[in-house]
Design a protein around this ligand. Structure first.
Ligand code: SF4
Length: 425
């Protein structure tokens, strides 16, 4: 029996919930003349769940009738789940209707592989094209670039979407072959490289006003963490390569949520590894904004992130030779590495110290978390004993100071009143 749009929406929005690569900031688009909607360069997704995932786009699959059989996926061919496939006009109608009611600020459209990658990509492009060219829709559009899609369809997708994402899914080709036998790294890297090269040809991040736009918000990818045995070192090495090689805007990490019983997958008896996912996001942040290389955060001798501390604090504890730091003389890049000091406060310290020595009161006003930074800085107003603690003693003290065991809420089974993990600074 033919499904109604509401029934399809129920199935295909639920089917899309495991894809986390949907943050929508980074694109600006004015309302077209006679059209509707616009996109701002930041803050499009105003709603975030407690673990930082954005939820305010209309996030759906075009179809969950996938012909692939990835072990970790609820929509895989071999699962007996309700299936549905939209028509192009149905997705267009839903997007415009929700936008007009102010429910959403954009569209995140992915899909299972319906017939082949190009057939699927064409359908996604048709939706975005119709929204942009027929309905003059200026809101945010994020399309999934289907692994294996040809350059012709990627080109068309890049001309109408703000952002494209090709999901690498599994952090090594060996594991990908095992868990997703219909895919390979070439089918992911080829579209990713094509998008990166075309974006550069179109003027990168600073196109002239006369240059046509091509994925103005760049491309992203997603990695599932914990469905295969790769270490954090392997994951961060791969992410670092994406940032430098393919100029990705973001790499998203998705703690493996067991949805299938499959002997190729680990048996997860506890909760999904959301704390590990959170630590990876913190490490990613260090690479993008704190001038850390991936191999400074984890290396062959410590291939996994320390779950007890954020990666910046863990790095500081492993490198006592850099501390204490004199804030009145140290380089900006070293100040940036002090636990408790963020990018903004590091900049304020460097500009403020040109006029006078920076005192503890000023540091507090600059937003420095002195509770943490006091162990790593040299300051005459601080007791000498703080900065002469041995790393082992400091580790014990920091552990004792943390108020609650670190936990993180799951996106799908949250409960009120649970503590969130501490923020990185
Ligand atoms: S290609 Fe794999 S991950 Fe994507 S919908 Fe199909 S089975 Fe799921």
């Amino acid at each position: 029996m033919q499904k109604t749009i509401a029934e399809k929406l129920t199935i295909l929005s639920a089917a899309a919930k495991y894809d986390v690569s949907c943050s929508s900031s980074g694109s600006r688009r004015a309302t077209p003349q006679g059209g509707m909607g616009n996109a701002a360069s930041m803050g499009i997704c105003h709603s975030f769940t407690e673990d930082g995932r954005c939820i305010s786009l209309l996030k759906i699959l075009f179809s969950n009738a996938c012909r692939y059989d990835c072990a970790y996926c609820v929509n895989r061919r071999s699962n007996d789940v309700p299936r549905a496939t939209f028509e192009v006009d149905e997705v267009v109608e839903l997007t415009l209707g929700f936008y007009e009611r102010n429910y959403i600020e954009g569209l995140f459209l992915s899909s299972g592989v319906i017939r082949d990658p190009d057939f699927t990509m064409e359908l996604l492009v048709r939706v975005a094209w119709k929204l942009r060219r027929v309905h003059r829709f200026g809101g945010y559009i994020h399309l999934k670039a289907i692994p294996g899609a040809s350059p012709e369809w990627l080109q068309r997708a890049g001309e109408v979407a703000d952002r494209l994402s090709v999901n690498i899914e599994v952090p090594s080709e060996t594991s990908l072959k095992l868990l997703a036998p219909d895919k390979n790294y070439a089918s992911v890297y080829t579209p990713m490289n094509y998008i990166a090269e075309r974006k550069l040809e179109y003027g990168g991040g600073n196109p002239s006003r006369y240059t046509p736009r091509f994925v103005p918000a760049g491309q992203t990818t997603q990695m599932i963490v914990g469905a295969s045995g790769e270490s954090d070192l392997q994951i961060l090495r791969l992410a670092s390569g994406f940032y430098s090689g393919q100029h990705l805007k973001r790499v998203y990490y998705s703690g493996y949520i067991p949805v299938n019983a499959d002997k190729r997958l680990p048996v997860v008896t506890t909760k999904p590894p959301l704390l590990r996912e959170h630590r990876l996001y913190q490490a990613d942040w260090l690479m993008r904004f704190y001038e850390f290389r991936y191999d400074e955060i984890v290396d062959e001798s410590t291939p996994h992130l320390d779950e007890r501390f954020d990666p910046k604090l863990a790095w500081a504890l492993r490198h006592p030779e850099f501390f204490p730091v004199d804030l009145n003389t140290a380089d900006y890049s070293l100040i940036l590495r002090i636990p408790g000091i963020g990018v903004r406060s590091a900049r304020l310290i460097v500009s403020g110290r040109r006029f006078s020595r920076v005192g503890l009161d000023e540091l507090k006003k600059m937003g420095v978390a002195l509770k943490r930074a006091k162990y790593f800085i040299y300051h005459r107003e601080l007791p000498i004993g703080l900065r002469t603690l041995y790393p082992e003693m400091l580790t014990m003290r920091l552990l004792a100071e943390s108020k609650a065991p670190l936990q993180q809420l799951s996106l799908f089974d949250t409960g009120p009143g649970m503590p969130a993990v501490s923020a990185l600074s």
